[in-house]
Design a protein around this ligand. Structure first.
Ligand SMILES: [Zn+2]
Ligand SMILES: [Zn+2]
Length: 316
């Protein structure tokens, strides 16, 4: 499928490509962009379900469809996975090629920029929440309140969970309360887990880590109640080191990694968007032209303006 790109989100992972810290190492020079949506321009000879003019969001992943992970529906773990925009040329261009299997139709009322960011900024925390399992009255601590963390709050509240947001930045903490977090914890003393255990009377049931640092993972694990489960989403070259093994064992603590999302996740999210249950009207901080990407990346790095998502919508 050839898709004319109408919107593509700018993500912290774009910075990882620039810094060379992606899982496989980028192939520079490389076109960025792994959060796209657009309009089908041309379909391949063997494609029957899509037509030129269809509005689509694209899950950026090339899957083999035949390895054990793909056959289990865990395409994000495909043994030959390559992510356009991370491992190879991406979508910050007028057009992008994609397999028909990774396209999702965009509901009529959903604008391109919201559809675009759903493919990563929303789908990645959605997948992480499914990895840990949440529901009514489950408490979940969310470490790191950037684009992914903020959407974790939205999605966790949608599922009826009690949410505690954790960040160093007072503006992010204030915004988390605005977006529905029940409590927020300022992590600037380096010990947010203590405060979380006090607030919850013994620890949170779940924790999500979006920061990508060993210190934040350590705190996320330490904030758990006995039987608790944490998902690590933030990427880092650091090693895991946290509570004593005896405590980990005696409390049956679970820690899982969570990487990207699957076509199934994306389908479920677009159903929520179509039903109007998931409201992303506050998620796009700014729309820019392609030549503004460098400034947008700098702002992400310095956190200037506290962007949730900046989206490129003008590729002229
Ligand atoms: Zn991303
Ligand atoms: Zn595969």
């Amino acid at each position: 499928m050839l898709v004319e790109v109408r919107a593509c989100g700018v993500c912290a992972s774009d910075l990882h490509v620039l810094q060379g810290v992606t899982p496989h190492g980028p192939q520079l020079p490389q076109i960025l962009g792994h959060e796209p949506a657009g309009v089908v321009a041309e379909v391949g000879a063997e494609v029957s379900d899509w037509h030129p003019g269809d509005r689509v969001a694209i899950l950026m992943g090339r899957f083999c469809h035949v390895c054990p992970a793909c056959l289990m529906g865990r395409q994000n773990l495909c043994s030959s996975l390559s992510v356009p925009g991370i491992d190879e040329d991406g979508a910050m261009a007028g057009y992008v090629l994609a397999d028909a299997e990774v396209l999702v139709p965009i509901p009529l009322d959903v604008p391109f920029e919201q559809a675009a960011i759903t493919t990563d900024a929303v789908a990645t925390p959605y997948h992480a929440l499914k990895r840990v399992g949440i529901g009514e009255n489950v408490t979940v601590a969310v470490y790191g309140l950037g684009g992914l963390g903020m959407h974790a709050i939205l999605l966790a509240k949608l599922a009826g969970a009690q949410v505690i947001g954790v960040d160093l930045d007072p503006v992010n903490l204030e915004r988390a309360l605005d977006w529905g977090a029940d409590e927020v914890v300022d992590a600037s003393d380096g010990q947010p887990a203590r405060r979380i255990r006090a607030l919850t009377g013994g620890g949170s049931d779940r924790a999500l880590e979006f920061v990508g640092s060993a210190a934040a993972v350590d705190q996320a694990v330490k904030s758990l109640a006995p039987g608790g489960r944490a998902a690590i989403v933030g990427l880092s070259a650091e090693r895991l080191a946290t509570v004593p093994i005896a405590r980990f064992v005696a409390q049956e603590t679970e820690v899982v990694g969570s990487f990207g999302s699957t076509p199934q996740d994306l389908g479920e999210l677009f159903d929520l968007l179509e039903d109007g249950r998931l409201d992303l009207s506050r998620s796009v901080t700014a729309t820019i032209a392609l030549d503004g990407v460098h400034d947008a990346l700098r702002a992400l790095e310095t956190r200037e303006g506290h962007p949730i998502r900046t989206v490129v919508t003008d590729f002229a």
